[in-house]
Design a protein around this ligand. Structure first.
Ligand code: EPU
Length: 343
């Protein structure tokens, strides 16, 4: 089934809770429905964009085009070789429900990514990650409909160009594909990943994936605002990656500036001469933690998160982000990049 709604409020489809509208909002339950829609619809030159749960988006104005949303559901166990299970999951499944389902059914690896607000399709597009784990490491392939010609295609994880919070779907392929299903390979033996501060302290003896999930959930709840109470898009900015030289020169001026290894260097600090610095620290030390501009604010417990203090307009969020980028750049010579996609 496919439904089209006209002049549709997107308030429930963006976690900032911005009151913007889509000229057409299209929801489809199967690949066939979407293919049929693409072949039969004359879009009259209007743009088309696909969204997930809207938790990583900033609508800067009403969307004058076709906004697509998947309603493709289902979790299918497609194989189990005694080490790993292969799961094929509909793009519209709620990410965190899938994480809980996988743990309850004895499939592991996703527990560190508990409570990330996303849908399964968007999780692949975004390469979501948290507490030392990235979803790309569990993805086998991503099934899509090509929005340009209605063909059905499947990409291996390698094809997708996954990187820190990035994939080709967000980059060079932006706007080309609707992700319909994601295939995962999950280990059936639980091997905890406890490298991240806050998880290291968990008692190792008899530790279960459910206990790790519970710890991750309580950590997230203590640091990150609940979008149903305070609209937000999670981390609004990426943590910038800078050269070791740049870091050393900043450290002369700011001896306590933190840094983390860039994961793609294999954990060493200087293999490619780059380190990651927390945007949260830069924003806090540029004086923005807990401050606001109009009805847009910087979350008091985690300055990486911008919040809608109530009734904010897209312009207010855009203006706040621009001011922060400007101030951080002037103070530290680092240009923060939004993780949230501006539409
Ligand atoms: N920090 C401050 N001031 C603060 C808070 C943090 O200076 O008020 C500094 C501290 O040095 C701290 C560092 O920032 O050690 C890192 O903070 P945290 O561990 O909370 O992680 P993060 O870099 O802020 C990233 C992800 C989160 C993810 C956590 C845990 C990005 C852009 N964000 O945040 O992802 O949950 O690590 O893995 O990579 C999201 O994508 O929406 C998201 C929340």
């Amino acid at each position: 089934m496919l439904t089209i709604k006209e002049n549709y409020s997107l308030r429930e489809h963006n976690s900032f809770g911005l009151d913007v509208k889509a000229r057409y909002f299209v929801e489809y339950e199967s690949e066939e429905d979407l293919v049929k829609f693409l072949s039969e619809t004359d879009t009259a030159g209007l743009p088309m964009f696909h969204i997930g749960s809207g938790s990583d988006l900033l609508f800067t104005k009403d969307y004058d085009g076709y906004l697509l949303h998947s309603a493709v559901r289902g979790v299918e166990v497609a194989g189990n070789d005694g080490d790993n299970a292969v799961l094929v999951v509909g793009a519209a499944e709620i990410w965190d429900d899938f994480v809980q389902w996988s743990i309850s059914n004895g499939y592991y690896g996703l527990e560190n990514m508990s409570l990330i607000p996303s849908e399964v399709g968007a999780a692949a597009v975004q390469n979501i990650g948290a507490y030392g784990t990235e979803v790309k490491d569990y993805i086998v392939c991503v099934d899509c409909v090509d929005l340009r010609d209605g063909s059905i295609v499947s990409f291996s994880a390698e094809d997708c160009g996954f990187d820190y919070r990035h994939s080709h779907f967000k980059g060079q392929w932006r706007g080309w594909y609707a992700v319909t299903r994601v295939t995962f390979s999950l280990p059936i033996r639980f091997i905890p990943n406890l490298h991240y501060r806050g998880l290291m302290e968990l008692p190792q003896e008899g530790l279960t994936a459910q206990a790790v999930r519970d710890a991750v959930i309580s950590m997230r709840q203590s640091k990150l605002p609940d979008p149903s109470i305070l609209g937000n898009a999670g981390s609004f900015f990426l943590n910038p990656i800078i050269s070791l030289d740049k870091y050393e020169s900043l450290r002369l001026q700011y001896p306590d500036i933190p840094h983390f290894p860039v994961p793609s260097t294999g954990g060493t600090l200087n293999a490619v001469g780059e380190v990651k610095v927390p945007a949260a620290w830069l924003i806090e030390h540029a004086g923005w933690k807990g401050r606001s501009l109009g009805r847009a604010g910087v979350y008091e417990f985690q300055p990486l998160v911008l919040v809608n203090l109530g009734g904010a307009t897209p312009d207010e969020i855009v203006a706040l982000a621009a001011r922060i980028i400007d101030d951080v750049s002037r103070k530290f010579g680092i240009t923060l990049k939004p993780e949230a996609i501006y539409i």
